[in-house]
Design a protein around this ligand. Structure first.
Ligand code: FRU
Length: 497
């Protein structure tokens, strides 16, 4: 691969060429996970939006397909979602196959230029060949603009209890809920979110779904709500809310609300590079997994990162789970279990005293650019546990836990190229630690240009990208107090086709 491909991740999805932002319209059908994405095929910066398209049978090897939706007279194709309409409630099927119906925002640049308010409306498109080719519905838009400038990113979900389609979209400082029987005629239900949660920027790309808690068996509704700017480490980020839905209105779970008042916001990821993430529809099986993917970038610098052939990658797909910690429910994220199928050689060790740093050199073992590391630390005190990755080029990425401050951190200030944007590595990113346990587990996913770190069983996640001079070849683990130990560590090489 040439210089152009130098920063291409090994296993995170990237478009072959040109600009990509939000994941869109993800659905599963007949063995295939579909992933669409905001795409501008003529440049490596944002422009008239299309929906790019890729498919996978395992969530890790992706095949890019022809562009699914092109902008037209009516405007650009902004973010949205897709569902398989099994019962053909839409009547859009012309054969035996159920139609797949995508709902997206039509963004009219001409109205935008004229400073009109009604720039954004909602449209649908459908496929009768399992998502391969798409037709825009002739009576678009299906939802007119009610006089709100930011009015976008519809996410459709089946409400199986009340046998209706529910749709949530973002309207500036709130989420708006709608219902439909046929995916074409939509009725407004309710608003959520004014004066609730984080409001440092415009709300975008919501997601809304029921989730059953492992321990209690109770089902709650989860609202994901991206916003830009206003993230915990500045720029774009995604918060979430947990509550109940009666078919019309979403209300916060009382215990969650108590915690929310203390924390101000719950974030799905505290790192700088996980935005506009939503979940797949139609995942089969009794376990009802909620599979999530995010755009691994940030509007602060997305258009300046130093790749030349394409711009930006998606996060690793993750499974979202609902857990009760203390009195309140919260959302945890785990790397998808499919990752296990790609493990090659591994190094495993146990009971290493941290009176001296633990150092791993990759020359004989798994490399550090397609790697999964799982470790558990024991006997934590009030000190700092620092994971440091480095190479002969002088690049360093460090992350870990400052347990005196009960704070996780990620520091990419010396991790390769940073000077393309002042905002890229202005500060060390931090995240609160909610657990007070004296053990810590970490699940680390490393690709050539990203680190995704899941702490405390996925309670706190930090995802950040970097652009190194050379691959990392070594890491060390330093503890500020000599009494702690690495109870276990496993370093897995990941291998992809
Ligand atoms: C989020 C977003 C969406 C919009 C899309 C346009 O990153 O601003 O709200 O639909 O990008 O590309």
């Amino acid at each position: 691969a040439g210089e152009e491909e130098r920063y291409r991740p090994n296993f995170h999805f990237t478009p072959k060429e040109k600009w990509m932002n939000d994941p869109n319209g993800m659905f599963y059908y007949n063995g295939y996970y579909h992933l669409f994405f905001q795409h501008y095929p003529d440049s490596t910066v944002w422009g008239p939006m299309h929906w790019g398209h890729a498919v996978s049978t395992d969530l890790l090897n992706w095949k890019e397909l022809p562009i699914a939706l092109y902008p037209g007279e009516e405007g650009y194709i902004f973010s949205g979602s897709a569902v398989v309409d099994h019962e053909n409630t839409s009547g859009l099927s012309t054969n035996d196959a159920p139609p797949v119906v995508a709902m997206y925002t039509i963004h009219d640049p001409e109205k935008e230029d004229k400073d009109q308010v009604d720039v954004e409306t909602q449209g649908i498109a459908y496929s009768t060949d399992e998502g391969m080719t798409w037709t825009k519905y002739r009576d678009n838009p299906v939802i007119q603009n009610p006089g709100i400038r930011d009015f976008r990113d519809p996410k459709v979900v089946r409400d199986t209890i009340r046998n209706q389609w529910i749709m949530v979209l973002a309207a500036q400082d709130r989420a708006k809920f709608y219902r439909s029987d046929n995916l074409k005629d939509w009725e407004f239900l309710s608003d959520f979110g004014v004066n609730t949660g984080a409001h440092g920027g415009v709300w975008e790309c919501p997601d809304f779904f029921p989730l059953t808690a492992g321990g209690t068996g109770e089902t709650k509704w989860v609202l994901l709500q991206s916003l830009n700017p206003g993230g915990p480490n500045s720029g774009s980020a995604t918060q979430y809310f947990i509550g109940d839905f009666d078919g019309t209105t979403f209300t916060l779970d009382p215990e969650f609300e108590v915690e929310l008042n203390k924390r101000k916001a719950f974030w799905i990821d505290y790192g700088k590079d996980n935005y506009a993430g939503v979940t797949w529809s139609g995942i089969p099986g009794s376990d009802g997994r909620k599979l999530f993917i995010g755009w691994m970038s940030n509007w602060e610098y997305a258009q300046e990162v130093p790749t030349t052939a394409w711009r930006s990658a998606m996060t690793l797909p993750r499974e979202l789970q609902l857990v009760k910690s203390g009195t309140a429910y919260q959302l945890v994220s785990q790397p998808i279990r499919e990752l296990k199928d790609f493990r090659a050689k591994a190094i495993k060790k146990q009971n290493i005293a941290l009176d001296a740093p633990f150092v791993y050199r990759s020359e004989k073992g798994p490399a550090l650019s397609s790697t999964e590391i799982k470790l558990t630390l024991e006997g934590l005190g009030d000190s700092t546990y620092r994971f440091e990755l480095y190479n002969t080029g002088g690049d360093t990425l460090s992350f870990g836990l400052n347990n005196a401050k009960k704070e996780f951190f990620m520091d990419r200030r010396k991790a390769g190229q940073t000077d393309f944007s002042e905002k890229f590595a202005a500060k060390i990113s931090t995240a609160p630690r909610f657990s007070s346990a004296d053990t810590l587990d970490m699940h680390i996913i490393l690709d050539k240009t990203s680190a995704e770190v899941f702490y405390d069983n996925g309670t706190t996640v930090m995802t950040e990208v970097f652009f190194l001079k050379a691959p990392f070849d070594t890491f060390s683990l330093n503890a500020g107090d000599p009494g702690s130990t690495v109870k276990s560590i496993a370093i897995h090489q990941l291998k992809f086709n």
